[in-house]
Design a binder for this molecule. Sequence first.
Ligand code: B12
Ligand code: SF4
Length: 457
Amino acid sequence: MKVLLIDPPDLFLQGQGLTRQVQPLGLAYVGAWLREKGHEVRFLLPDTRAYTGDDPWGELRRAIEAEAPDVVGLTAVTAMMPSARRVAREVKALNPEIVTVLGGTHASSNPAQALRAAPGLDYVIRGEGELTMEELLERLERPGGVEPGSVAGLAWRDEGGEVQVNAPRPSIQDLDALPMPMRDGLVWPEDVQPGFYQAMVTLRGCPYRCIYCAVPSSNDRLTRYRSPENVVDEIALLRERYAIPYLFFHDSVFTLHRGRTEAICRLMLERGLVVPFACQTRTDRVDEALLDLLKEAGCHQIFFGIESGDVRSLKRIRKKMTLESIRAAVGQVKARGIRCTGFFMVGFPWEDEALMRQTSDFACDLELDAVSLFSATPLPGTELWEMAGGAEMPDSVDFTTPQVNLTGLEPEAYATLFAEIKAQVDAYNQSQMMRRLSEMTFDPAERLAAKRSWLDG
Ligand code: B12
Ligand code: SF4
């Protein structure tokens, strides 16, 4: 079948969404699997184009029409659902025969609601999409009809229009058996900036249960790992095929399994595949020896999910760390010349002004290279969502301004306080940038030579 996989557009980006030029790996894995099974697969990344004029959806519509797919597969986080619904509607307006399927985090934690809220969608797939999508396509092709009730992992509408959600499909155990993510087949390949980074994931799932995070609810609870050999084979492929200048491990906790992380780094060194890379992890999942090895293998930047500067809040969100251990981990990273960024969140239901300021003060006192501050936002399937009564749904991807107020403060008071705290963090980030610039020392002789060659030229 002809399958078109679409990452719904974030229209406000106006074609400037650099990170959106990285093919979402969920779609890339599903695409690779379907292609291996004989389907014709293409990708549409609409955020690589600027939207102008009075019909911002026009170009997307024309591209879908030209591709004439049998099936459109969409991915979405919660905040992208309005856009996903709109794309599904556009597809159905073009041709109601095109089958529309949604997968991804939001679909996985909330399949019934996702389908109910989107008349343009035919099916929702929860959890990993490879096998369920393959089975759905196989049934769409066969003369006897789909019989959706027996497809594990599928949500569908019965003849009366009622949404039915089937039992989940067991998760894929052997990740090495999956083909490498599909990074070609782009409808608009000319839009993707050469020299931008490529992303990889080396594991699926997470054993932790942080109350604000949607990862545990969108997978089953099992964490599965790719073998170090399989991971490094993908790095070799990326080097060969795309000459990647930079790699980003998009795993939520890249160093979750210490021995495996070590093995990946050693193999990168052995095979001469040292590539500058960034990764995300927790402060309690690094130590000095591991950081030395990460650095040797090319680690250039580490992102830590630190979240709070209040030890009781850390406990409540299930990040049982001490402020001293966080400080020590950041210091160890920085001592090795690895850039270190921290993610923080304020606005949990129990937080008052003093606690929120405590977090921003702590964040700005850690000597991080950069601080990212978000407003606590309840995502479906999380404990925070339940605490918030499951009522409000973020309708913007911009969590750097409050989408939802969970605190006891009046909404306006919270918005003002958040803006003040954000300004403190922005000023800190700016000062860190200025410091880095001033530390860039130049050899006077080199400067003179450069000036001469410029004058001579
Ligand atoms: C990398 C990443 C990003 C990157 C994305 C880069 C890119 N273009 O890929 C960046 C930094 C840009 C980003 C931004 C955001 N992110 Co983010 N991100 C992640 C992260 C860490 C990994 C995603 C990934 O690649 N996973 C690996 C793939 C293989 O897994 P997968 O996506 O789940 O796909 C599988 C299934 O879901 C399914 N599937 C997925 N799509 C489809 C489609 C079809 C048709 C089918 C059949 C199946 C299917 O099959 C796939 C293979 O089995 C996840 C956490 C995580 N560990 O998953 C958070 C996560 C997805 N992000 C999250 C959030 C909240 C955001 C932001 C809203 C944050 C913000 N305010 O800025 C923005 C939204 C950006 C946007 N417009 O989409 C949340 C989403 C929760 C939710 N319910 O909304 C997550 C789960 C993190 C969390 N702690 O909760 N993110
Ligand atoms: S925030 Fe990170 S460590 Fe916590 S549950 Fe989510 S992925 Fe796991």
